[in-house]
Write a protein that binds this ligand. Structure first.
Ligand code: ARG
Length: 589
């Protein structure tokens, strides 16, 4: 459906033209004085400059013309030359009926030219437990993916595992010290390796930190780990087999963790998948004269004349010939272009990596790894801080593991739910998990991604204020009203959303009508926080209406049926929105 604001703008543009002015002056915006009007147009001010007359002369004429238009219940010219507008109640009701007729889409159209977009998010490091730093990437990326998909784009999510660094060598070295007799360490062995991994996830999670700790104190151990990493990267069979085991064990654990967050990926590729593409890529960069040796390292210049700060060259190979994080990201672009040829690649990564990605993107463009029209987008997010304003930590000051964080919020939510009602333990725990997820995700997504934010458990889990649980609470309230209504009655034939009968009802209707515009701009600006802002407004508008209106006690069946249709629409819109944010609502709470 066409956006309501565009329909209004067209009517006002037409009025400007009929009065002999350029139509462009008729652009309408939401009112910033909701006490005076619903929409406003300031075009007469600019039109007056062009026509060298007083703005109110123009505004007066246009207002008069609009007064004849049944779309408006008020069209007023206000000095010095503003147009204040209110929509006709019937017009709004008809627009909402149109939305309600499109179950599941509610007037939001799919893109006319769908794009293929790869989205690189999550970015967990294999064998290291997920920590809260990875939480933001997962939450934001998942939402951006869902928003794009809703608008009809082909969104391909890739987890981009960190599976190619020293951590692999560390694990291998530690394992070798503990169990040197394992077949993987026998260099002469040529047979097949066992299918069963020689460790469990619990052991792996203990092996890595132990090894990492040792490497900081024991230089020889670190040296051995570096050698093991190198041997692995050179393709040593036994180590490759161990890598496969580490990956398999780790990935199934990661999948479970992401599943608990309702986050899923289409591709489980990792840094290691890019390695085969490196040699040819490097050769081409050299042959085409982009890459050159600088102090032994192979680099590509990426600075541009318009730079206001220094952008250092992008390093492709270290002086010992080893590849780097850069090399891997560039080679990843190679296979992404070869296998998928996307219109855009979005990277959802900590904003501290911004300069790094500027280098990678420029290098990819300069060396022709991507087409000129391929868009490369860096969506950098800020740090999640504790109440002390410092990066979120455990009470003991250690790195907070994601699993513990989620469990503690689940616990807190359960406590609150059990405090309010008597619930069966199992039922209550299930609800608590759903509500807790909304607390975590909404708490994150309601902030602009690039900003740092404070993870405030008390605030995020509150049922009041700008929180996930408040939104869910509102949806549950709607569900319960609808449930009661349909228990006793059926919607009468021809039931429809009726013209608003009160201020609060109209306000609610006008918020609902903004749905398609909000989703579009959330997509265009890769800004899930716009959806949060919108549903908060919608929930507030509904609750205001609810407190002022006797819905189920309404005597006129037709009016009551109209309320029910309005409620159904509001609930549908809210549910689509929270789905795009990556969570859902329980039946009761
Ligand atoms: N594994 C990285 C980290 O933990 C994030 C990966 C981001 N994606 C990328 N293509 N570099 O910091």
């Amino acid at each position: 459906m066409e956006k309501l604001i565009d329909i209004i703008s067209e009517a006002v543009m037409k009025a400007f033209m009929e009065q002999g002015y350029d139509g462009k002056y008729g652009k309408v915006t939401l009112s910033n004085r909701p006490d005076l009007c619903e929409f406003q147009c300031n075009g007469a001010m600019a039109a007056a400059k062009e026509n060298k007359c007083a703005p109110f002369l123009i505004a007066d004429k246009v207002a008069l013309a609009l007064q004849g238009n049944p779309m408006f219940s008020m069209a007023e010219s206000v000095k010095p030359g503003f147009l204040n507008l209110k929509l006709d109640e019937g017009c709004v009701a008809r627009y909402l009926e149109g939305m309600a007729g499109e179950e599941g889409r509610f007037g939001c159209e799919k893109a006319k030219e769908p794009k293929k977009i790869m989205i690189d998010y999550g970015g967990p490091n294999v064998a290291k437990p997920l920590h809260v730093g990875h939480l933001r990437s997962a939450i934001i990326g998942e939402s951006v993916k869902r928003i794009g998909r809703f608008l009809g784009h082909e969104m391909i999510g890739d987890v981009h595992l960190g599976d190619w660094g020293l951590q692999m060598g560390l694990i291998i070295t530690e394992l070798k010290e503990r169990e040197p007799e394992l077949i993987y360490f026998d260099e002469g062995y040529e047979g097949e390796y066992p299918k069963e991994p020689p460790f469990t996830i619990a052991q792996l999670e203990e092996i890595y930190p132990t090894a990492s700790g040792k490497s900081k104190e024991d230089a020889a151990f670190k040296e051995a780990a570096m050698e093991a990493t190198f041997a692995l990267q050179q393709g040593r069979r036994g180590y490759q087999a161990l890598l496969s085991h580490i990956l398999a064990v780790s990935v199934s654990d990661l999948k479970r963790n992401y599943e608990n967050l309702d986050v899923s990926f289409d591709l489980w590729k990792g840094e290691s998948d890019a390695q085969p593409f490196i040699p040819e890529m490097v050769e081409r960069m050299k042959a085409e004269g982009h890459a050159y040796l600088s102090e032994g390292a192979l680099v590509v210049d990426v600075k541009e004349e318009t730079d206001t700060k220094e952008i250092p060259p992008c390093m492709i190979l270290k002086s010992d010939g080893a590849s780097l994080y850069n090399t891997t990201d560039l080679a990843t672009i190679v296979w992404r272009m070869r296998d998928y040829d996307p219109d855009e690649i979005i990277y959802v990564v900590d904003k501290r990596q911004e300069l790094y990605f500027t280098q990678v993107f420029r290098c990819a463009r300069k060396t022709g790894l991507v087409k000129p029209e391929t868009k490369l987008t860096f969506l950098g997010f800020g740090t999640m801080n504790g109440k002390d304003g410092k990066p979120f930590k455990t009470r003991e000051g250690g790195v907070m593991r994601l699993q513990y964080l989620v469990e503690s919020i689940n616990e807190e939510m359960y406590r609150k739910i059990a405090e309010n009602h008597t619930v069966e333990e199992e039922e209550g725990r299930k609800t608590a998990r759903i509500v807790a997820l909304s607390a975590i995700k909404y708490g994150d997504l309601s902030n602009q991604a690039s900003k740092d934010y404070v993870f405030d458990v008390d605030r995020f889990t509150s049922f009041e204020g700008n929180t996930g649980p408040y939104i869910l609470y509102t949806i549950v309230r709607m569900k319960s009203i609808l449930h009661k209504y349909f228990e006793e009655t059926r919607l009468p034939l021809g039931a429809a959303i009726l013209p608003a009968r009160s201020e609060s009802e109209k306000a609610l209707m006008l918020v609902i009508a903004r749905f398609n515009g909000v989703i579009e701009s959330a997509y265009e600006e890769t800004s899930p926080h716009k959806i949060c802002g919108y549903i908060y407004e919608l929930a507030n508008a509904f609750n205001h209406f609810y407190h002022e209106t006797k819905i189920l006690a309404e005597a006129d069946e037709r009016v009551k049926a109209g309320y029910i249709r309005l409620l159904t629409l509001a609930k549908g819109v809210l549910e689509v929105c929270i789905g795009l944010l990556g969570f859902s609502a329980p039946e009761k709470m």
